[in-house]
Write a protein that binds this ligand. Structure first.
Ligand code: ADP
Length: 376
């Protein structure tokens, strides 16, 4: 088997302990000044050190402790599971941990590991204390998942050679390394796999303040001049998601170049986002289509994700991984045992009037001794 090159090599210059490095970010005004100098190369928007990570403070603090302990004991990091909607920083944290430790990082994903033999090279070539990042780990086939249980517990793989009576199992010892799993659906992970991760970190949507900081830092990296109000405008219209904030920043930058003098002012940011049909709440066309479908086709619900996805002609995974988490978080919709239901905020958002309270459309239990008229 040929030696697999690390996808990203280690980097341990500037090796201060993670805890000492601190998980704090510079004040907003200092960042605006630094950004105006525009002295960072383009296209490198992903933070590489823990001190550059903005927001997710509690997660960053816990990771700083795990890093410091791993360094002090010269051990690998514990296996870590990151969960949360797409674009919130799961890959970023894996990348930061590899940089902080100065170890090799290999990246793969659940759907790419179709058979046991697909995962084998990643295991046998993993260096001492290196990191194997498995994205979309909830999509690992069952057989592969079971194959990595002994890896995660005892750093060994059990390989069966031969068939029938002649079959024998060989235990292959591995180097001690760390598996970092990322998932948008932690609920789909089997309990045995979930339990083999020693740390479970849930990433939440970012507040406007943190997202504004990210926008300012990244405007610096993209070498574009950005006003403070415009940073807040972009942040409040990015669905609490750094990846979207980056995408919207790039669009606003293009708009500023093509339609203004290149500077992102509040007026420019607003015009650019309006043109992209991102509304004041940060919702895009797909979000509004979801709310309109739920309200106009399904009378506000409750209805199931499959029915909504089929009506909208989009994949149910896209709906539940990308569209719904933010709508739930902002309370445009609620989840009930019988499906999704629009709230009065959703009606406001699409410019419709919420119907008066209809007890049959809700899931509150019927008064005692009185059965529902009919069950859906
Ligand atoms: P995920 O793996 O959860 O889908 P990523 O880690 O790829 O998300 O994040 C998407 C982008 O958002 C990154 O390239 C980075 O620029 C930005 N980003 C994410 N989290 C942070 C953070 N905490 N601080 C600064 N930028 C971030």
């Amino acid at each position: 088997m040929s030696k697999r090159e690390p996808i990203i090599g280690g980097n341990n210059e500037d090796e201060a302990p993670a805890g000492k490095r601190g998980a704090s970010s510079p004040p907003f005004d200092e960042m605006l000044e630094g950004r105006a100098r525009g002295d960072l190369p383009e296209e490198r928007l992903r933070p590489s050190r823990l001190s550059e990570v903005i927001g997710q403070r509690a997660v960053a603090e816990r990771l700083a402790i795990a890093l410091e302990a791993a360094r002090m004991r010269s051990e690998p990091l514990p296996h870590i599971l990151f969960d949360g909607p797409p674009g919130l920083g799961k890959t970023t944290f894996a990348n930061v941990l590899h940089n902080e430790l100065g170890v090799e990082l290999n990246i793969t994903s659940g759907p790419a590991l179709d058979k046991k033999m697909d995962v084998m090279p990643y295991l046998t070539n993993a260096g001492e204390r290196s990191i194997l990042f498995i994205d979309e780990i909830h999509r690992l086939p069952k057989a592969v998942e079971e194959f990595i249980y002994p890896v995660m517990e005892d750093f060994r793989v059990d390989v069966v050679l031969g068939d029938g009576m002649a079959a024998r199992t060989i235990n292959l010892p591995l180097k001690r390394f760390t598996i970092i799993g990322a998932t948008t659906r932690s609920g789909m992970l089997s309990a045995p796999l979930r339990d083999r991760f020693h740390m479970h970190e849930h990433l939440e949507f970012y507040d406007v303040e943190d997202l504004a900081r990210i926008v300012v830092v990244n405007a610096g990296k993209l070498r574009v001049e950005l006003e403070r109000d415009a940073a807040y405008e972009l942040a409040s219209r990015s669905r609490g998601t750094p990846r979207l904030a980056n995408a919207r920043l790039r669009w606003v930058r293009d708009f500023a170049t093509a339609r203004a003098d290149g500077r992102i002012t509040l007026k420019v940011a607003r015009a650019a986002l309006d043109m992209q049909e991102v509304d004041r709440e940060g919702l895009d066309r797909q979000d509004r289509r979801y709310l309109e479908t739920l309200i106009q086709v399904f009378d506000g619900g409750p209805t199931g994700a499959e029915a909504l996805a089929a009506t909208m002609n989009i994949a149910v995974d896209t709906l539940s991984d990308e569209v719904e988490p933010y709508l739930l978080r902002r309370r445009f919709i609620v989840r009930t045992p019988r499906g999704r239901r629009a709230t009065s905020l959703a009606y406001d958002c699409v410019g419709l009037i919420a119907p008066p309270f209809d007890p049959l459309a809700h899931d509150e239990p019927a008064p005692r001794g009185q059965s529902r008229l009919f069950e859906l």
